[in-house]
Ligand binder design. Structure first.
Ligand code: NDP
Length: 228
């Protein structure tokens, strides 16, 4: 049984990851960005298995406060899940530039800053892992059009995690970006391929099976390696 941190846990894939890890007997520290914990998470409380903490992933003070609240807790798995699809206008001819920057702050920059802020807690684990929920929409190996802000933010976070994996290898920390599938959430929509349960089950299973040899690889929720 481990101690898991999930960011962006108020709904969607993050919420389902919390439920899935709890069901497997892990301790979960779930973060949400609203001032008060959302009912989706408070409803899951009842045992000391689940701790809730506010975290706005782009706010350095919020990140510091979260890291400080952990005191001497060790983290076995950090799931950088919080993400946004980006602005309504993100085509080459009609780009909301401010929205593009915000997409980068949340999807690309925050996972690195948060991982670094929690590094001392990860180092206390015997087998620390960092999974960053990315997307195949950022894969350079797949030709596709549109969604410039989202695609570029996920392509960039893939590179960030590949570099980080190399840099943290000596510390024994496994780092992998993960494509969660096309999932029925507010972001994925009703037409998506898979349910949050399928995606979360796959990601949890993957997180349990990863070894140091896997660090720096891009995986799918099914546990297959994804082409960059
Ligand atoms: P949802 O839109 O359902 O949920 C997004 C979560 O991220 C919410 O909990 C939201 O909090 C949180 N969040 C967003 N911005 C911030 C922020 N600035 N600080 C803290 N939390 C924040 O998305 P999904 O569950 O579908 O997506 C989860 C991850 O999976 C994302 O990284 C997404 O890019 C990725 N993904 C999803 C796919 C899909 O098909 N659904 C496909 C590929 C990748 P709040 O409730 O407060 O808004």
């Amino acid at each position: 049984m481990g101690t898991i941190v999930v960011t962006g846990a108020s709904r969607g894939i993050g919420l389902e990851l919390v439920k899935t890890y709890l069901a497997k007997g892990d301790k979960v520290i779930a973060t949400y960005r609203s001032p008060e914990p959302p009912s989706t998470l408070t409803l899951l409380q009842g045992t000391n298995q689940l701790t809730l903490h506010p975290l706005e992933v782009t706010d350095s003070q919020s990140i510091e406060a979260f890291a400080a609240s952990l005191e001497d807790t060790h983290i076995d798995v950090l799931v950088n899940n919080a993400g946004i699809i980006g602005p309504d206008h993100q085509s080459y001819s009609d780009m909301d530039v401010q929205g593009w920057k915000q997409t980068f702050e949340i999807n690309t920059i925050a996972p690195l800053i948060i991982t670094n802020a929690l590094l001392s807690h990860l180092k206390k684990s015997r087998s620390p892992k960092v999974l960053t929920i990315s997307s195949q929409m950022g894969a350079l190996s797949r030709e596709s059009i549109g969604m410039f802000a989202y695609r570029s933010s996920k392509a960039a976070v893939n590179k960030v995690m590949q570099v980080l994996a190399l840099e943290l290898k000596a510390e024994g920390i496994i780092v992998c970006p993960v494509h969660p599938g096309w999932v029925k959430t507010d972001m994925g929509g009703d037409e998506a391929d898979i349910t949050v349960q399928e995606s979360a089950e796959g990601i949890v299973k993957l997180s349990q099976s990863l070894t140091m040899n896997d660090s720096g690889k891009f995986f799918t929720w099914e546990g297959h390696e994804h082409a960059w």
